[in-house]
Ligand binder design. Structure first.
Ligand SMILES: [Zn+2]
Ligand SMILES: [Zn+2]
Length: 155
C-alpha cells in the first residue's frame, strides 16, 4: 500500500510505501515518524489512517474527475453525431465502446481510501468494503473539529 500524505510537522507532501516489514511511516523531509500499526501492515484493507490514526476513511475513485468528464463529453458528441447521421449500428458501437473503456478504467484505476481528518490517501490497498463512500455529515464533523482546534490554537 502507498500512503500519500502531508507531513503533520513540516507540511511537505510525501509518499511512503507500507509493506509487511514497514515499522515506521517517515517524512521524506524532516524527522517526523509514526509507527505503523500491525493491522495496517498486512495485505488487507487498512483499519484506520496510517498517518493520524483516524478511523474514518472514505473511498474515492482514483481517477481524475476531469478525465471522466472529458470521456463522457466525447461519448455524447460522437454518439449524437452517428444518431443524426442515422447510423444506428455505429451509434450502438460507440455506446458499447465507451462502456468498455469505462469498465477497463474502473478495473485499472482502483479506489483509494482518503482520511477525513488529515486527507492522507491510501493507494494500492485491498478493499473489502470496510470503509464507505464519501459522507458529507462525517466530513462536516471533521471540518468543525478542525475549526475548533484552530481556534483553540489561536487562543
Ligand atoms: Zn516533515
Ligand atoms: Zn489521517
Amino acid at each position: 500500500m502507498w500512503i500519500v500524505f502531508e507531513c503533520p510537522s513540516c507540511h511537505v507532501t510525501g509518499v511512503n510505501e507500507v509493506v509487511a516489514q514497514t515499522e515506521q511511516l517517515r517524512c521524506p523531509q524532516c524527522s517526523w515518524q509514526r509507527p505503523v500499526a500491525e493491522a495496517n501492515r498486512s495485505a488487507a484493507e487498512p483499519v484506520n489512517c496510517v498517518v493520524c490514526g483516524c478511523e474514518d476513511l472514505w473511498r474515492q475513485k482514483d481517477f481524475p474527475p476531469r478525465i471522466g468528464v472529458v470521456i463522457v463529453g466525447v461519448e455524447v458528441l460522437v454518439s449524437t453525431y452517428f444518431w443524426w447521421m442515422m447510423m444506428p449500428k455505429a451509434w450502438l458501437g460507440v455506446l458499447l465502446l465507451f462502456a468498455l473503456v469505462d469498465g477497463v478504467l474502473y478495473t485499472l484505476l482502483r479506489d483509494v481510501l482518503v482520511c477525513y481528518r488529515c486527507g492522507a490517501r491510501h493507494r494500492h490497498t485491498p478493499l473489502e468494503g470496510r470503509h464507505g463512500y464519501f459522507n458529507l455529515e462525517t466530513h462536516e464533523r471533521y471540518r468543525q473539529e478542525m475549526l475548533r482546534l484552530d481556534e483553540a490554537k489561536r487562543g
